[in-house]
Design a protein around this ligand. Structure first.
Ligand code: ADP
Ligand code: MG
Length: 694
């Protein structure tokens, strides 16, 4: 089913707007988006109250005022750069309206001498004389009341006046269709929410500053709509996955016993609990869809391996997919020798493996002589076939989309899926990214880990730090040195890293290696390898090492300009050390001046190593919007939902979505149809495709 006709006008492009030429249309697209609906979603960020109407003589500086004046005189500027002044007055005093870069005849028409006009704008004072630069409104007296209102201010972009943007938004809103209600009636009644189109108009025509606050019922309703569409879409994906019959995988435990017996350590209680949950899911004849959440260093890889062996014991195949080349190789390096010792063949397939070796690996996977495959998404792009794929494990899933995960699961009949993440996001927020999946948590670290001695040092003391590095290197330590993140360009990241590396190389010679995102995979590998087992003892890196790299011998982590990183990112980076039983240290170098918040954030890093606590503190210190709005969090970005203000609606949205789909799995009844419209409205078309007859 294509998009319903009633939404056509909303999804038209901006060229439909009357009286707005292509130049402004481009700017509106930049500010809001390419379609009419984007303008509807473009909510005001502020209001201007134009109801204040003081006499000129006492009009306070800096306030917005709307005043009825008589035009006295025009004084064009003496040259092109001088302002054009129009002298006006009311009963109390005179005032200048000041214009820069305008055509005289335009001003003359707008403000004819001797006539009355109502003007509105910001009052300034210059040598005790009131003036108003570029009044935002100039109208005839009769229209005065129409501008003495509370006016919405929209986020805009350079060159796009509020007025033009507002005109576009007004047009977009004037064409709003009446849609059949999708929200459950008792919920509507209890919350006293307005209908969708009323809510849209209300948020765009505030009469009080409070009307644009995120807790206004109209705002809340729209946020709920977006959350409901999010939960419906995820439930549809999930329902589709569960509908495809699963298979019961109950291995005999032989391989698992072999591997566990050969390990130099025992699984933690948390690992055992998670494994029991996973094995329970795999044994059931429905499909597993489970998230394994565990802080860095909590031992997710072992859990993954044991789960894969369960599938292999049943004569099936398993695959482990990582988001980056480095990580895939890392997993392979960890898993392969252990599996080989148990008589299992593991293949690696990434974008980089080419030619004959790749052909042979693919063949072994296809015929089933390789039971486990490790790789990046390249594994699934060019039609790698499996003989009998039963389990898919996706590491650091937040970098993949839901649909990528789907396409993966379709490689085998009734495939079980386990998603692993180290991102400590709260349960409710996990739901926005994954829907209602089952969660296992590794909330216990392997024993014997010593706390990481974390310190903060101003970067001016670099010489001292390098002295410390020299001593550490002498005592045989392996050290990471992470270079600052420069938002604007990868290029400058790179330069920073290379520059730092050459400084350190001058001092420490060949013991220094560099890795960054621009290097060829083989070069990266070689350096990582040399750091893990060879001659490199000091590894200078950009954030490519952030996720998952495991070099247990590394004991020192130095992070330059730590104040520029997110706390969770710092936590991930710090998690690269303290993996063995040796004492580890982390040095956070910060640049001066540092903000109060910056200081507070680094203090959190000194005080705790608990990833969940750190995530919560980060939320508190920076605000949910900033933390969760970013790509790094892996969460979907919302148009109308403010993560901080609206996340409490999520459980309701989830229950509502689930109830609706229980009663009407194909969304065919009247409310079901309305819900389909909702899905289209928020462009979840892909999810609608999972419905029968769609
Ligand atoms: P994660 O992927 O969760 O960050 P890893 O799986 O990389 O963590 O494990 C981190 C380190 O801890 C690895 O060196 C691993 O061999 C080790 N490890 C895992 N489980 C245990 C355990 N039960 N006891 C001791 N060490 C463990
Ligand atoms: Mg890992």
């Amino acid at each position: 089913m294509p998009r319903p006709e009633i939404l056509f006008a909303l999804f038209a492009d901006l060229s439909r707007l009357k009286g707005i030429g292509p130049r402004y249309a481009k700017l509106i697209e930049k500010a809001a988006g390419p379609k009419i609906i984007d303008l509807c979603w473009h909510l005001p960020s502020n209001v201007v109250d134009r109801r204040f109407s003081p006499p000129i003589a006492t009009a306070p500086e800096g306030r917005i005022a709307t005043i009825t004046v008589t035009v006295l005189e025009h004084r064009p500027g003496a040259n092109r750069r001088a302002p054009y002044r129009v002298v006006v007055k009311d009963e109390s005093a005179e005032m200048d309206l000041v214009y820069f870069h305008v055509k005289g005849d335009w001003v003359e028409k707008l403000l004819p001498v001797g006539q009355k006009r109502v003007i509105s704008g910001k009052i300034e004072r210059y040598r005790d004389r009131a003036q108003m630069p570029h009044p935002e409104h100039v109208v005839v007296e009769a229209e005065g009341p129409s501008i003495m209102t509370v006016e919405p201010i929209y986020p805009t972009t350079e060159g796009l006046p509020q007025k033009t943007l507002r005109r576009g938004i007004e047009q977009a809103l004037s064409g709003l269709p009446k849609l059949v209600e999708w929200i459950e009636p008792t919920l509507m009644g209890r919350e006293m929410w307005p209908s969708w189109d009323d809510a849209m108009r209300t948020v765009n025509s505030p009469t009080l500053p409070a009307d644009i606050q995120p807790d206004h019922p109209a705002r809340v309703r729209l946020a709920y709509d977006e959350l409901l569409s999010n939960q419906l879409a995820l439930s549809l994906v999930r329902a589709r996955m569960k509908r495809a019959k699963g298979r019961s995988l109950k291995g005999n435990g032989v391989l698992r016993k072999k591997v566990l017996d050969a390990l130099p350590f025992k699984p933690t209680g948390a690992q055992l609990t998670a494994l029991a949950e996973i094995e329970g899911d795999m044994a059931a004849d429905t499909r597993m869809l489970r998230l394994l959440q565990g802080d860095v260093g909590s031992g997710k890889t072992l859990v993954a391996l044991i789960a894969m062996l369960n599938a292999v014991e049943c004569g099936a195949q398993a695959v482990l997919m990582a988001p980056t080349e480095i990580l895939a190789r890392q997993h392979f390096a960890t898993i392969e020798p252990i599996a080989r010792a148990a008589g299992i063949r593991v293949e690696i397939l990434t974008g980089r493996d080419k030619g004959k070796a790749r052909q042979e690996a693919r063949l072994r996977i296809a015929e089933g002589s390789a039971q486990i495959a490790v790789g990046t998404h390249a594994l699934f792009q060019d039609g790698v076939g499996f003989r009998d794929l039963a389990l898919v494990i996706v590491d650091e899933q937040h970098r993949f989309g839901v649909h990528q995960r789907m396409s993966l699961s379709e490689k085998g009949a009734g495939v079980d899926t386990l998603v692993m993440t180290a991102t400590p996001i709260p349960r409710t927020l996990v739901m926005t990214a994954y829907g209602d999946l089952d969660v296992s948590k590794l909330d216990e670290k392997p024993p014997g880990r010593k706390p990481i001695d974390t310190r903060t040092v101003p970067i001016d003391r670099l010489e001292e730090v390098i002295g410390g590095v020299a001593r550490k290197l002498d005592s045989g330590a392996k050290i990471y040195w992470v270079c600052p993140l420069v938002e604007e360009s990868e290029q400058s990241d790179l330069m920073a890293a290379e520059e730092r590396a050459s400084t350190l190389q001058r001092r420490f010679g060949d013991r220094v290696g560099v890795v960054h995102g621009r290097m060829k995979a083989a070069e990266k590998d070689a350096v990582m390898h040399a750091f893990k087992d060879g001659s490199v003892d000091l590894l200078v890196a950009t954030t490519v090492i952030e996720v998952g790299v495991d070099v247990p011998a590394a004991t020192v982590m130095i992070i330059e300009h730590a104040e520029r990183f997110g706390l969770s990112q710092l936590h991930q980076l710090r998690g690269r050390v303290g993996r063995g039983d040796r004492e580890s240290a982390c040095l956070l170098l910060y640049g001066n001046p540092i903000s109060e918040t910056g200081k507070a954030r680094l203090k959190v890093m000194r005080e705790t190593e608990d990833g969940f606590l750190i995530a919560e503190e980060d939320l508190r210190l920076r605000g949910a919007g900033e933390v969760l709005g970013t790509k790094q969090s892996g969460l979907p970005t919302f148009r109308l939902v403010d993560p901080e203000e609206h996340v409490h609606l999520l459980p309701t949205a989830r229950d509502d979505a689930r109830l609706l789909l229980d009663k009407d799995p194909e969304l065919e009844g009247p409310r079901g149809q309305a819900a389909r419209t909702l899905l289209y409205l928020f462009e979840r078309d892909a999810a609608v495709r999972y419905l029968r007859g769609a």
